[in-house]
Write a protein that binds this ligand. Structure first.
Ligand SMILES: C[S@@+](CC[C@H](N)C(=O)[O-])C[C@H]1O[C@@H](n2cnc3c(N)ncnc32)[C@H](O)[C@@H]1O
Length: 288
C-alpha cells in the first residue's frame, strides 16, 4: 500500500516496511524492541486491533504524515522523545556522535560544564547532551515557542529540568553574556529550490525548522559569525548542515572545518574550535 501510494520516507525510518512495522506495533500496543521470535507470522489479531492498524495505514497515506506524528513518538538510538507537528521529527546525525563514547573528537566528560543546543526543536539533542555530560548545565534555545513547549515536555519526561533550560532566542540574541564549553546545532539548512519541491511528508513539518534562505546558509552565516563570542577558550562548535560540505567550504575558504564521518557520510556535520573561529575572523579582517 505504501509503495503504491509513493510515500516519502526519511523521518528516522528509511523504508515502507519499517514504517509499516512501527505503525503496526504501535496500534497493537507492542514494544518496538520485540524479538522477532516472539512475533510468529501466525499471531492472531483481534478485528478491533486489525482495524486500528489499517486506520493508521490509511492516515499515513492520506495525510502524508511521517509515522512519528501518528504515534507521537520518535527514537534516537534507545532514547524516546515525544513529538507532534510543532517540531520536526528528530533525525540529527549529531545524535550518533553524542551516543558514541569512543568518539575522540568531542570534549571529555569533565571538560564540559556549560553547553548549548542552538535551534533545539523537540529538545532531543539538548537531552542527549545532558546525558553525555552529566555535570553540564545545558541551554536549549529556539525561536519557536511551540517547539519550546515540546522541548519542555521531553525535558520533563527525561527528568532533566534541573540541568536543561529552555530559552526563547533568535539564534544567539538572548544569550548576550552566556559562554559555553560546547555548542551544538542542527539548524535549518534547506535551500529554496529544495523547499519548493518538498514531498508532502516534509511539508507537514514546520517550514521554519527547515528553510534557510535561497542558498540554505542563512542560519550557518549567523552561527559562524557569532559562535566564537559564546564559546569559552578551548570550546567546541558542532554543526549539522545537510550534505552541504562543498558549498560550505567554498563559502568560508579560510575556516579549517573538521568534517565528521556519520551514517550520512562525511559532508553533513563539522566541528570547529573557538580558536579556529577567532583566527579566521582575524584573517578576514587582515584580508579586507
Ligand atoms: C532542523 S530543526 C532542528 C531541531 C532539533 N535540534 C533536531 O535536531 O531535531 C531547526 C530548529 O531551529 C529553529 N529555528 C529556526 N530559525 C531559528 C532562529 N532564527 N533562531 C533560533 N531557532 C530557530 C526551528 O524552530 C527548529 O526547531
Amino acid at each position: 500500500m505504501f509503495k503504491a501510494a509513493r510515500l516519502a520516507f526519511g523521518h528516522g525510518i528509511a523504508n515502507a516496511r519499517d514504517e509499516a512495522m512501527v505503525l503496526t506495533l504501535h496500534a497493537l500496543n507492542l514494544p518496538l524492541r520485540l524479538p522477532i521470535l516472539e512475533f510468529p507470522a501466525t499471531r492472531k489479531v483481534a478485528v478491533a486491533d486489525a482495524t486500528r492498524v489499517l486506520s493508521l495505514f490509511e492516515r499515513r497515506i492520506t495525510e502524508r504524515k511521517p509515522a512519528a506524528y501518528l504515534t507521537r513518538e520518535a527514537w534516537l538510538g534507545d532514547q524516546k522523545f515525544y513529538v507532534d507537528e510543532r517540531v520536526i521529527v528528530p533525525r540529527s546525525y549529531i545524535a550518533e556522535l553524542l551516543f558514541d563514547r569512543e568518539f575522540p573528537f568531542l570534549p571529555s566528560a569533565n571538560k564540559v560544564r556549560t553547553a548549548l543546543d542552538l535551534c533545539t526543536g523537540s529538545g532531543c539533542l539538548a537531552i542527549l547532551l545532558a546525558k553525555r555530560y552529566r555535570k553540564a548545565r545545558v541551554d536549549a534555545t529556539d525561536i519557536s515557542p511551540d517547539a519550546l513547549a515540546v522541548a519542555a515536555i521531553n525535558i520533563k519526561k527525561h527528568r532533566l529540568q534541573k540541568r536543561v533550560k529552555c530559552l526563547f532566542s533568535k539564534y544567539f540574541s538572548k544569550l548576550t553574556r552566556r559562554r559555553y564549553d560546547l555548542i551544538i546545532s542542527n539548524p535549518p539548512y534547506v535551500r529554496g529550490a529544495v523547499m519548493r519541491r518538498l514531498p508532502r511528508e516534509y511539508r507537514n513539518e514546520p517550514a521554519q525548522a527547515l528553510a534557510a534562505g535561497e542558498d540554505g546558509l542563512d542560519a550557518l552565516r549567523v552561527i559562524l559569525l557569532r559562535a566564537a563570542h559564546h564559546l569559552n577558550p578551548g570550546g567546541t562548535l558542532v554543526v549539522e548542515c545537510g550534505h552541504a560540505r562543498k558549498l560550505v567550504e567554498r563559502t568560508w575558504p579560510r575556516l579549517p572545518f573538521f568534517w565528521v564521518e556519520t551514517s550520512g557520510g562525511d559532508d553533513c556535520v563539522f566541528m570547529l574550535t573557538r580558536e579556529e573561529l577567532v583566527a579566521q575572523r582575524f584573517k578576514s579582517q587582515q584580508h579586507a
